[in-house]
Design a binder for this molecule. Structure first.
Ligand SMILES: NC(=O)c1ccc[n+]([C@@H]2O[C@H](COP(=O)([O-])OP(=O)(O)OC[C@H]3O[C@@H](n4cnc5c(N)ncnc54)[C@H](OP(=O)(O)O)[C@@H]3O)[C@@H](O)[C@H]2O)c1
Length: 288
């Protein structure tokens, strides 16, 4: 197998770190992204991987990260947009966006678009780590993406995970005919650092007490993502789709996940918020 170049965000802990460990055994070249230098170095060093740092609460950091990746490679075979979390309080970032949406969606959207030529050079697969929260909690309101009303952490988290699905669809629509494939995957309910900050008491209890023993391990979450990373688009999985594990579609999907107009509106709004030139991000072909 020829060596692949794989970028993984949120690789300093939990599922992302477990994905990195599984892929390192195969001889892939790994570029691992974390938000803190010490943590990402500790994961990357034993694997012989590159360690890159960016805090997704800052879009300037994401731009610097993209520039650094471009210095290190001219093609990417796989990008795993995995960094994310759920937060108890409403915070607006210096970029003017509600924090959950920025860390979980806009940052990955910006990074992917800034690297799009490298991804096209690699006929790449983009894997977005989504969540069942996309149908359990989400109802995306394009007029209130900053959750300016009552802040419910799991609702906002669900919205951001629905955005991960819509973003995979948007990538497919715009770039699949040029060789890029995109898929969104729920990794499972995983005992990691996730969920300890949510304002939802039940979810916090599940993730941060002895109840977390009921959850699966990061290794099992990683297996679900590696299934997508290693899969052949069109054979293993369908580009533009959302899976809840290998070959598993959600039983009760959020109807919004298949709303093409919503996917386009979110793409345009995400481009505007991340300072991308909307006119230069390609629009999908008009359906006859
Ligand atoms: N655990 C679950 O049950 C579950 C279920 C469905 C989906 N997911 C998704 O799986 C992904 C990974 O979560 P996990 O369970 O592995 O949780 P985790 O152990 O908390 O890992 C999250 C990763 O994202 C990074 N991250 C968080 N905020 C960041 C920021 N502002 N800038 C850059 N990186 C940031 C973390 O960096 P630090 O190490 O510095 O914190 C860490 O590397 C997330 O997208 C989550 O939504 C998790």
């Amino acid at each position: 197998m020829t060596q692949r170049t794989i970028v993984i965000t949120g690789a300093s802990d939990g599922i992302g770190a477990a994905v990195a460990r599984k892929l390192a055994d195969r001889g892939d070249r790994l570029l691992l992204v974390g938000r803190r230098r010490d943590k990402i170095d500790a994961v990357a060093r034993p694997l012989g991987a590159d360690a890159l740092v960016a805090d997704f609460e800052s879009l300037a950091d994401v731009r610097s990260l993209a520039a650094e990746i471009r210095r290190r490679t001219d093609r990417i075979d796989v990008l795993v947009n995995n960094a994310g979390g759920v937060f108890a309080d409403r915070v607006v970032t210096a970029d003017g966006n509600e924090r959950t949406m920025q860390v979980n969606h806009y940052a990955g959207f910006l990074l992917t678009n800034l690297l799009i030529d490298l991804l096209l050079a690699g006929d790449a697969t983009v894997v977005n780590t989504s969540s069942v929260a996309a149908h359990a909690f989400a109802k995306l309101d394009m007029t209130d993406l900053d959750a300016s009303g009552r802040f419910r952490s799991m609702k906002v988290y669900g919205d951001s995970k629905l955005a991960n699905i819509l973003f995979a669809k948007g990538l497919h629509t715009r770039f699949h005919d040029q060789g890029l494939s995109a898929v969104a995957v729920h990794p499972g309910a995983i005992a990691s650092n996730f969920g300890k900050e949510t304002g939802n008491v039940l979810v916090r209890l599940l993730y941060s007490t002895v109840l977390s023993r009921l959850l699966s391990t990061s290794e099992s979450g990683a297996d679900n993502l590696v299934w997508a990373v290693d899969g052949t688009p069109g054979e293993t999985w369908v580009s533009g789709e959302y899976y809840e594990g290998p070959n598993r579609f959600p039983r009760r999907p959020n109807p919004q996940q298949n709303d093409a107009a919503l996917a386009d509106a979110l793409w345009a709004e995400s481009a505007r918020r991340t300072g991308l030139d909307v006119a230069r991000t390609p629009v999908p072909p008009v359906q006859e």
